[in-house]
Design a protein around this ligand. Structure first.
Ligand code: GLV
Ligand code: MN
Ligand code: MN
Length: 443
């Protein structure tokens, strides 16, 4: 694929400007916990959107195009408008709020993350980055700043793949990596297509999805770390240099249904027993590969799922992540061999790859900008590798993509216990705000 980079100026050369750009950031007179970002406003967004869950009291469950998605998107759009942004949605339901630049037709600096969740997840994964984008826009409005390049706050759908599988669907669509044919074929577990689901949510799937890379100057994403390192090291910010490669498969094991009481043990084709033996073989593949390679089977459906019926079909997922592409290829090959070895006369196993993202390095220019800005604001930062997948890894092939992490309490994520401190979030926003001002050439 031809990649187009359109950032014309060197971010590095303008780093000098960060010093003194921010005279109001004076920790000695305003206290150590002073930030430009308004913590009350951040907490207000967090608390409000935390209520939009399908599983109240049991974590955040916000599937794409669900009633909770609609409530959240309405809130995000309302706040975008309140902060003076022009709002639009694309043919996937991604939300964009734009503050025009003084230079006409200049590419935008995009800032944001996703607003869907895993089942029973936390209240910070994804949405913290959307809130950070909203807060940057609020600061631009409050300080009456006029960017030369447009600023766009972006809130994306289906990063987790919890409803339609795979993941990063919003950013794949924006960057032209989902054909219209494939788009029409995507269905959830209940055979509801994206098109139907979008219509039910009042969205228009016929709107354009793709945006030319020439319209993007950079993509910046704040995210929670989802691991323990920052907290353990007592560091506020992780500047992501690399995101591990990740691939997901859906495996279907086809056996034969039968009566649980009357079918002798030697005459069964039990899909669940076959699936279990495959699954048991998988962890060793990751352990043998080493170097942080991980394999997870996180989703498994048994059909017809009756206590007294021999399982006829089992569908499960395999999620494989590792830092080196050669490792990914090696382990993928071994997974396929394991699957092949379990084919029997009455047991058929098929495997479908739903997502393949090779390890990605993020923009060196944006990394330096974040690191220098953090230093100048007196906020401790370290470089980090992300073990989680993010929309930034899709954007990285099309524009200058950068990410910062804030600490996660006890390293917990994808669970209701997920928590990040507002002090850390607001310091992350300050770094984004100063970085965005430079990238958009705001004077
Ligand atoms: C997203 O959270 C992922 O890493 O799967
Ligand atoms: Mn996640
Ligand atoms: Mn996320």
């Amino acid at each position: 694929m031809e990649l187009t980079f359109i950032v014309t100026e060197s971010i590095h050369s303008s780093n000098q400007k960060v010093l003194g750009l921010n005279p109001s950031y004076n920790q000695s007179t305003k206290g150590d916990d002073f930030t430009l970002a308004n913590k009350e406003r951040l907490n207000g967004h967090l608390n409000h959107m935390s209520t939009f869950t399908a599983t109240p009291g049991e974590g955040m469950t916000r599937y794409s195009y669900s009633p909770e998605d609609v409530k959240t998107r309405n809130y995000i759009k309302e706040k975008m408008q309140e902060y003076g942004l022009t709002v639009r949605e694309d043919g996937l339901g991604n939300i964009f709020g734009k503050l025009a630049g003084t230079s006409s037709d200049a590419p935008s600096v995009l800032i944001g993350s996703h607003f869907d969740s895993v089942p029973h997840g936390g209240h910070f994964d994804g949405i913290a980055g959307v809130i950070a984008g909203l807060e940057v826009a609020a600061l631009f409005q409050e300080q009456k700043l006029k960017p030369t390049y447009p600023l766009e706050v972006i809130a994306m759908i289906e990063e987790e793949g919890s409803r339609f599988g795979g993941g990063v669907m919003g950013s794949l669509g924006i960057n032209g990596l989902i054909s219209e044919k494939d788009f029409h074929a995507i269905r959830d577990q209940d055979e509801i297509s994206v098109v139907e689901a979008m219509k039910q949510a009042g969205l228009d799937p016929t709107l354009p999805k793709y945006r030319n890379p020439n319209t993007m100057k950079a993509f910046l994403e704040l995210h929670i770390e989802q691991g323990p390192i920052l907290e353990e090291e007592n560091i506020t910010i992780g500047v992501v240099d690399k995101i591990v490669g990740l691939t997901q498969f859906e495996v279907t094991v086809q056996g034969k249904a039968g009566h649980a009481g009357t079918t002798p043990m030697d005459r069964r084709s039990d899909a669940l027993i076959a699936a279990s033996t495959i699954i048991t073989d998988l962890p060793k593949l990751a352990i043998d590969e080493g170097n942080g390679t991980v394999i997870t089977v996180g989703k498994l459906n048994v059909y017809p799922n009756g206590a007294n019926v021999i399982p006829e079909q089992v569908v499960f997922t395999i999620d494989l992540r590792t830092g080196e592409e050669a490792s990914m290829k090696r382990v993928m090959k071994k997974i396929k061999t394991v699957i092949q070895s379990h084919q029997e006369k009455d047991i058929k196993v098929s495997i479908e790859q739903q997502l393949y993202m090779k390890p990605k390095s993020l923009s060196e220019d944006v990394r330096s900008l974040f690191t220098d800005t953090a230093k100048k604001l007196g906020i401790p930062s370290i470089p980090m590798v992300s073990g989680a997948g993010h929309d930034a890894m899709v954007f990285a092939d099309f524009t200058k993509a950068g990410m910062i992490f804030i600490p996660s309490k006890d390293g917990m994520s994808h669970c209701p216990e997920e928590y990040s401190d507002t002090d850390h979030l607001s310091q992350g926003v300050d770094i984004l705000f100063e970085s965005v001002k430079l990238l958009t050439k705001t004077h």
